[in-house]
Design a protein around this ligand. Sequence first.
Ligand SMILES: NC(=O)c1ccc[n+]([C@@H]2O[C@H](COP(=O)([O-])OP(=O)(O)OC[C@H]3O[C@@H](n4cnc5c(N)ncnc54)[C@H](OP(=O)(O)O)[C@@H]3O)[C@@H](O)[C@H]2O)c1
Length: 291
Amino acid sequence: MKNNNLIFGTAKMGLSNYANNNGNRLLKDSNSDILNFLHDNGILKLDSAERYGDSHNLIGIFNQNKNKSFSVSTKVDNLIANDKNASKRLQKFAHTTIDKLNVDKLDILYLHQNDIKIINDPYILEGIEDLKSRNLINNSGISIYTEEELVSGLEKESFDYIQIPVSLYDSFLYEKILSQYSGSKVKFIGRSIFFRGFIFNHKSLNLKKFTDHHIFDDINKIINQMEVDLLDLTLSFLNEKSKLDSFIFSSSSIKNIEKVLNFKSKEKLQIPSKLLELSSQFKSWSDLRMH
Ligand SMILES: NC(=O)c1ccc[n+]([C@@H]2O[C@H](COP(=O)([O-])OP(=O)(O)OC[C@H]3O[C@@H](n4cnc5c(N)ncnc54)[C@H](OP(=O)(O)O)[C@@H]3O)[C@@H](O)[C@H]2O)c1
């Protein structure tokens, strides 16, 4: 696992009430200390979004120092299907965001809306190509949760990157890609690798209303029996996912970030086949938008 495969996620940085955020930032580190630490350790790419509160501003202030700036991927929101003015709206977004982030161009511009009508909209797709020809973005992408969105994103080969959730609890989409779409030119990025932090704190997740909730308990049982560090287990699991171009990690604590960076010198753990099998199954509770 090399540092250039790592992208730092900034949702928690910009939103104090972000999902599964315990709100206690007293013991955590400041955003600028985190950005400094990341840069000093060779993590030079950030994942952001218009939706992540103050995140664009925070990154922009940090990027004022051109000797220590980040390449940024972000996500555009509130696009309307079948809108002839989509290209203008995208250009406005790109210019405003580039200025705010203090970058020359955006690395990956994702559509934040997963709606199939948006992903396949000809005006939006044309607008994105226009941003590329104007040198405002390097790449385009979508960020998805479901198989339907995956299929739709791959259909027209319009996107360079697709962001998918991949964790010990849920590698369903990753396995779909391996078994059915491994020939695709699209690059895949893994996110929510700690299942939005629930792997460390699963007591706050109530899945009783889902008929297949027992799979969550089965996975936890195997993990607990292993008596290993959860971060090492997650990173060993991801290390095997060779179809992932890179993955997004996130923490509000330098100590936890350091653990991710130190992992590359550690011996990788063997993942039990039963755990791999359970992780790759479809589960009705795995869409993190529901929790
Ligand atoms: N496009 C989309 O629709 C979308 C959706 C979700 C996420 N994302 C991107 O992916 C990024 C991260 O995803 P995510 O928020 O779903 O979360 P994640 O990476 O699965 O989990 C992050 C959580 O894990 C905790 N954590 C990390 N290392 C830890 C450790 N060693 N011990 C204990 N806790 C630890 C962090 O808490 P501490 O802060 O306490 O360390 C944090 O709350 C986001 O910032 C965003 O950039 C994109």
